[in-house]
Ligand binder design. Sequence first.
Ligand SMILES: Cc1cc2nc3c(=O)[nH]c(=O)nc-3n(C[C@H](O)[C@H](O)[C@H](O)COP(=O)(O)OP(=O)(O)OC[C@H]3O[C@@H](n4cnc5c(N)ncnc54)[C@H](O)[C@@H]3O)c2cc1C
Length: 381
Amino acid sequence: MATSGFDAIVVGLGGMGSAAAAHLAARGARVLGLEQFTPAHALGSSHGDTRIIRQAYFEHPDYVPLLTRSYELFADLDAADPGLLVETGGLMLGTRDSQPVAGSLASAQRWDLPHELLETAEIRRRFPTFAPAADTVALFEQRAGFVRPERTVTAQLGRADRQGADLRFGEQVQSWSATGEGVRVRTSAGEHRADRLVVTAGAWSPRLLADLGLPLAVERQLLFWFDPLGGAPQFGVGRHPVFIWEQPSGLQLYGFPAVDGPDGGVKVAFFRAGGPADPDRLDREIHPAEVERMRATLARCLPRAAGTFQRGVACLYTTTPDEHFVIAPHPEHPNVVVAAGFSGHGFKFVPVVGEILADLTLDATTVHGLGLFDPGRFAAS
Ligand SMILES: Cc1cc2nc3c(=O)[nH]c(=O)nc-3n(C[C@H](O)[C@H](O)[C@H](O)COP(=O)(O)OP(=O)(O)OC[C@H]3O[C@@H](n4cnc5c(N)ncnc54)[C@H](O)[C@@H]3O)c2cc1C
């Protein structure tokens, strides 16, 4: 059955798409949202209880103004669902010239963000769960913390729904086309038409945006929960911060406090330790060698976290060569906006990306700086 009369169709209602639908609907647009799975499902990139949020951004100082806005928008979501955003403090650890330490310091200085630089002994004294080697220092940021991804997606879908968006689940988009007149989307259930299209398909973006030829790599990544030795309270919120720790190998270990009560596990992960993946054939099993690799790192860095393995979950990254996002109007179709390639660090931007996508869709411009995210940077030179 063909439907029309929509101002915008949003394809994919995960982190970014649920935010786009909420912001578009709040601004009065008639929105159709299409999602192949269920609301806040665990088959894409936006599941696993917690996501780090921080402002002294080591990836590039240009992200900081976006993060300032994202904090405001997350605070608004948290006001309706307290605990969705928790500022626990965050430690960025490594050698003095490592990316987490040097990059965070550069962003903190550039934007005058409150921070502390901690020497090895000070890290050990203030954060006894950490066992830093003698050359390890840290930047501490009080405002860092975590957000809850499933609750964020659910809250954004709720807002979109209450503003009149038509949200359909279990409906897979198979193809789309655009002309100067509007867009047409073919799905497992039929065909829909609208004036504009927003593509927020996460790990499925390479298929839906094949015409753009973006160099996106889809990767399998793992989250691990361990029962701490000596009980969870030492890893509780307020005692144990979120952290990102560059290892001598260059690999980053990161983790969270134990968030779910006295029996809660400590969640840890490696940033980009996984291999290429097909999102429809993802190996979701956590293998013993993967657990042991993580446990060996914990035994060295956070020895009291290296207790019994509770559980693990697989998740998908969609990574660009420079690990910066793609957010832009489609170069050939100004009525199509794309947001992809969040490279394993997109969740903390979810609400501001929703705002940007609504801006680009309804106004064809935004006050937010998108220079880092231009797909034109991949054009063969
Ligand atoms: C293990 C892990 C840890 C992470 N940690 C952090 C962190 O600490 N901090 C941080 O900021 N970021 C983190 N990230 C990254 C962040 O979670 C992602 O960048 C973000 O969730 C991406 O959102 P998305 O909307 O692009 O993808 P998704 O949330 O996966 O949404 C895409 C949606 O599109 C739907 N879809 C796709 N194709 C179709 C189709 N054809 N028809 C209909 N629907 C379709 C999918 O089903 C899905 O629901 C982490 C990611 C992982 C995997």
